[in-house]
Design a protein around this ligand. Structure first.
Ligand code: GLC
Length: 400
């Protein structure tokens, strides 16, 4: 089981979804504990249908789901015996994680678990060396060791009661990552699990979040899982969300995955358990594009050949003797001209539409030598790309 180059669905869901504001509304808008915590008493997501979620993820080409078992608010979305602050003590009274795990097993969807280290409900959880401690219960009397024992107990529940677990997504690392005992336990309980770098040691994979522009354009040397939400202001359900453009999301996916990362795209189901149209339609649109180009992303390696396109930014991947050129920012014109190429390709396919493109080795009149006035260089000229119809990353499949 490998981890790289997979597309996954992040799901942020808790009783905060009822507010339609954000998963951290408690801290961000400084709610009082007595206003926030009783929201569990009205949490009754009667429309929760995890098979529906899994089918949505599948249809979008996703191979795994990562679910928030416990977010910073400390509320547990499974039947835990270590705190009463859990889903069994809501009007819904069902283990929603178990239901999701069953749906995943039924449809052969891998399941990963998100778990927040900050906990705004557990009385001993304050960790002065970490961030996101704003709503900690007691900033004087805390006990890091005892809280870690609580976490380990919960890990045993999560990693033994819900089938095969693919990834463990810790959130918010402590100041020093010098305790491997939690990850050791996780590996003992779930051999082969992939663990992220936000826990108590460096784990297996890195987790760049939200922003892709600042990333260097070189292939990742460490296992990486990038993540972003469909909306800019929240991971949890937000009624008036500022959704990213589909173009932005697709570009990020293409870029990160072409550089060797997996990509987790987040949806926030609402307080009734529904992935509302605003999220579902966007997910579908991303998935429609992804399913067309994924052959050039999943299971690929970087292609180091220097193709030298002087006009458009791209990343090259390869698989089974084919090269995939990812023009993640689209193209300047309806053609690409590669200055270097190993041979004239057998075929070039535009994955976005499935169309075969004209690919010829030829000289091009406007790419000429200023001293001689002659077009000296023979380019690999791939033309006829309907750029104006494609407001998305363009992927070319080259068969040599
Ligand atoms: C940040 C946010 C948190 C979210 C996480 C997802 O850490 O604080 O709300 O769960 O990103 O990666």
């Amino acid at each position: 089981m490998v981890f790289d180059n997979k597309f996954g669905m992040f799901i942020h869901w808790g009783f905060y979804a009822q507010t339609g504001i954000q998963e951290q509304v408690y801290a961000r808008f400084d709610w009082k504990r007595e206003d926030y915590e009783p929201l569990k008493d009205t949490f009754n997501p009667v429309d929760y249908d995890p098979e529906q979620w899994v089918k949505m993820a599948k249809a979008a080409g996703m191979q795994y789901i990562c679910f928030t078992t416990k977010h910073h608010d400390g509320f547990c979305m499974w039947d835990t015996k270590y705190t009463d602050y859990n889903i069994m003590n809501t009007p819904y009274h069902k283990d929603v994680l178990k239901m999701l795990a069953d749906a995943c097993a039924k449809y052969d969807m891998k399941l990963g678990l998100y778990y927040s280290n900050p906990d705004w409900h557990h009385p001993l959880a304050y960790n002065p060396g970490s961030t996101h401690q704003w709503k900690s219960v007691d900033k004087e009397h805390y006990n890091v060791a005892e809280y870690r024992t609580f976490m380990k107990n919960q890990m045993v529940e999560l990693l033994t009661g819900y089938g095969k677990i693919y990834t463990l997504f810790w959130d918010i690392p402590p100041f020093v990552q010098d305790d491997s005992s939690l990850n050791d336990l996780a590996r003992k309980l779930q051999p082969g699990i992939f663990i992220n770098d936000r826990g108590f040691d460096k784990g297996d994979f890195s987790t760049p979040e939200r922003e892709y522009k600042a990333q260097e354009m070189t292939r990742f040397t460490r296992m990486t899982e990038a993540c972003n939400s469909l909306g800019q202001q929240s991971w949890g359900y937000r009624e008036q969300e500022d959704f990213y453009s589909l173009r932005h999301i697709k570009t990020a996916i293409d870029k990160y995955m072409a550089m060797g990362a997996s990509y987790l795209l987040n949806v926030g189901p609402d307080g009734r358990g529904v992935v509302t149209e605003a999220y579902a339609d966007r997910l579908k649109a991303v998935g429609d594009w992804y399913n067309k180009v994924k052959i050039g992303l999943e299971g690929t390696d970087g292609d180091d050949y220097d193709y030298c396109d002087e006009h458009n930014a791209f990343i090259a991947t390869k698989k089974d003797g084919k090269t995939y050129l990812h023009y993640y920012d689209g193209l300047m014109s309806s053609a690409v001209a590669l200055k270097n190429f190993p041979s004239v390709p057998k075929s070039v396919k535009l994955l976005n539409t499935g169309a075969l493109l004209s690919a010829k080795a030829e000289r091009l009149p406007e790419f000429f030598d200023i001293d001689t006035g002659r077009s000296e260089i023979t380019y690999l000229h791939i033309s006829g790309i309907p750029v104006d119809e494609l407001n998305e990353p363009i992927v070319l499949e080259i068969e040599w």
